[in-house]
Design a protein around this ligand. Structure first.
Ligand code: G3P
Ligand code: CA
Length: 249
């Protein structure tokens, strides 16, 4: 079986459950986050949008159509309406009734237990998230974004917030430079954009690299051998089997 052996002398990679354990449960729901915790993920990745009345809710798309029984933009419904939607039945019948979580509800369950990577795609959601974080000091949070202006604004507002730079296209050298400028804690490149010079550049400035999205254990193993610090994975159970913690999960 493919597994990391003690003689490999490698750090165990950090496993972020991408939208929760989204291979086995509906993405960005409490069910997916609980499943991720149960199978030994180190952290949860989740996506934030704002309701019409400005409450941060956990859902990937700007619109409701793909992952709920609602339609149209998330931002067109207030929180009470969003909470009535079903975000589980599209995935499998046993998840009927699973709702869209608020960011606050995820924090109340997981703050203090697992690291949370909140991906923020737009400015207002970033500011609302900052306000909520101020009320939850026990939360261990990394905020990541493809929106580099938003990352700059967050850094201006909070000099201590853990920020990560997401990268999927364009000039990776500039993205690493931005990570340094922001004193970011990590660089998050898309798996098919990773290359040897990129990893060398990150190692030179001691910038940890977490690659998304990696579900294939063999690919994960080869990334670890190249020095990456961890992954975002839809299947934390499969990767935990390859990278077992001492004494079990
Ligand atoms: O954090 C990496 C990843 O989540 C970014 O892409 O589309 O899954 O939000 P996406
Ligand atoms: Ca995401």
């Amino acid at each position: 079986m493919l597994a990391l052996h003690k003689s490999d002398h490698m750090q165990l990679p950090f496993l972020w459950a991408h939208r929760g354990a989204s291979r086995n449960a509906p993405e960005n729901t409490l069910a997916a986050f609980l499943a991720a915790a149960e199978c030994g993920a180190d952290g949860l990745e989740l996506d934030i949008h704002l309701s019409y009345d400005g409450i941060p809710v956990v859902i990937h798309d700007e619109t409701l159509d793909r992952t709920t029984d609602g339609t149209g933009p998330v931002a067109h419904l207030d929180l009470q309406m969003l909470l009535q939607l079903d975000a589980g039945s599209w995935f499998a019948p046993e998840y009927v009734g699973e709702g869209i979580p608020t960011l606050e509800s995820v924090l109340s369950v997981f703050a203090g237990n697992l690291r949370l990577n909140r991906e923020i795609k737009e400015f207002r959601a970033g500011m609302a998230m900052l306000e909520l974080l101020g009320r939850c000091p026990s939360a261990d949070v990394v905020v990541s974004s493809f929106n580099y202006d938003l990352l700059r604004s967050l850094r201006e507002k909070d000099g201590n917030l853990a920020l990560a730079v997401l990268f999927e296209s364009g000039n990776w050298r500039q993205a690493i430079h931005l990570a340094m400028e922001l004193s970011a804690c990590a660089f998050h490149p898309r798996a098919d954009k990773v290359n040897r010079p990129m990893l060398t550049a990150c190692q030179r400035v001691e910038l940890p690299v977490f690659v998304w999205t990696v579900d294939d254990p063999r690919l994960a193993m080869s990334f670890v051998r190249s020095g990456v610090s961890g992954f975002f994975t839809n299947d934390p159970e499969a990767l935990r089997a390859v990278f077992p913690r001492a004494g079990g999960q």
